[in-house]
Design a protein around this ligand. Structure first.
Ligand code: TRP
Length: 377
């Protein structure tokens, strides 16, 4: 796939690694990879807006090149969610064998996430961190609602318990929905179990209250990221930082929900060691020119070089950022205990469709007084 090769190059990987990773991505997608792009998407994959079963992302730290990652739905086009899940498990186990990874955490929770008649919107996704050297790190994303939305909290609690995190569930903040449970497989220093929550109508002040990390991040770090990524107006942004006072005016993101991720490593404290906030910038920007500017601002605010992002955007597509919206899907800010923050930017493949720029300014928000409706679906 040309996009993989070009992005690998933009991320500083050598020719051999890039070629090997492009082959790996194609193999993981199976028959879908050979499907002509002028046919409609193989199914209505929830992985991306235009149903391409692939999404790229860059993870930035203050030092060094960003890491390129690719998120895939190996079972896309398998027919139904049961087959989708089986195809996903097969591909993950093949990859694990190939690189000598264990799949124990996945084996221990398999029955919870792969019932005989699974519900959508996904069965299994996997992500590869395309590190130099040709051996990626692997992450597997599972659907807590596989046995029904009403069972998802119980499924997450039981999965955490089986994985040794007995007190983790109780330490999660409130959210509107459990979206994913993710497992790190492979040569991770500290493999994580991650729980993703959706938050409709979230304000910056509330976002700052979602972290359950001991000692960080500060409210200011979260609210200022939230405002930069969503580009809330300056005056309101200032008000939003003072949201300790529940009566203070604060603005809410009332379209696609913000997501939070809580990562558990050690089991001693019952608390997470990682916290990430994802702002779906594409639903709050008129076009990708705006979204890109915001991602660049977030990177600069954290002392990170935005050049690889700009290079990656041009490696991915020849269209101008102003001519569509959705290429930049999310901007994330990740905190992990004892490490500098990371900024992650999610880039759509747009293999099937480019969403038209929004006609009106898209940074529409509602004040606390004016909100109350549920978020968009
Ligand atoms: N497409 C889905 C969404 O937008 C899932 C998803 C893909 C996602 N990449 C993501 C969610 C990155 C959070 C962060 O919600």
């Amino acid at each position: 796939m040309r996009q993989v090769l070009r992005l690998c190059e933009a991320a500083g990987l050598d020719g051999a690694d890039s070629a090997a990773y492009a082959r790996t991505v194609l193999a993981a997608l199976g028959p879908v990879a050979d499907r002509p792009l002028d046919l409609p998407p193989p199914d209505d994959s929830f992985l991306s807006d235009d149903h391409t079963p692939v999404e790229f992302s860059l993870s930035f730290t203050p030092q060094g090149d960003p890491t390129l990652r690719v998120l895939l739905e190996p079972g896309c086009g398998a027919g139904d969610m049961a087959r989708n899940g089986r195809a996903g498990l097969r591909v993950v186990r093949e990859m694990a064998r190939r690189w000598g990874f264990g799949t124990r955490p996945l084996d221990e929770v398999e029955d919870l996430f792969f019932p005989p008649d699974p519900q959508g919107p996904l069965a299994l996704w996997c992500a590869l961190e395309l590190l130099p050297g040709g051996v990626p790190k692997l992450k597997v994303y599972l659907n807590p609602a596989a046995s029904g939305q009403e069972r998802s909290a119980g499924t997450v609690r039981e999965a955490l318990r089986r994985l040794g995190h007995h007190r983790a569930f109780a330490s999660l903040p409130d959210g509107d929905r459990h979206l994913f449970l993710a497992l790190d497989l492979g040569a991770w220093e500290e493999p994580r179990v991650k729980v993703y929550l959706a938050h409709h109508d979230l304000s910056a002040g509330e976002a700052a209250g979602l972290s359950r990390l001991d000692g960080g991040p500060g409210r200011r770090a979260v609210t200022s990221f939230f405002h930069t990524a969503a580009a809330l107006p300056e005056a309101d942004a200032a008000a939003g930082t003072d949201a300790l006072d529940p009566a203070a005016p604060d603005l809410r993101l009332d379209r696609r929900p913000v997501q939070s991720c809580h990562a558990f490593t050690g089991t001693a404290t019952g608390r997470p060691s990682g916290f990430t906030l994802y702002v779906p910038v594409r639903d709050y920007a008129a076009h990708d020119g705006e979204a890109l500017d915001r991602a660049v601002s977030v990177l600069r605010d954290h002392g990170m070089d935005p050049v690889p992002l700009v290079r990656s955007v041009s490696a991915l597509t020849s269209r101008r950022p102003e001519d569509g919206v959705g290429l930049i899907a999310y901007v994330g800010l990740a905190h992990h205990q004892g490490r500098p923050p990371r900024v992650t930017v999610y880039l759509s493949s747009e293999a099937y469709e480019v969403r038209k720029p929004a006609p009106a300014p898209a940074a529409r928000t509602t004040s606390v007084a004016g909100s109350g409706g549920p978020g968009p679906s």
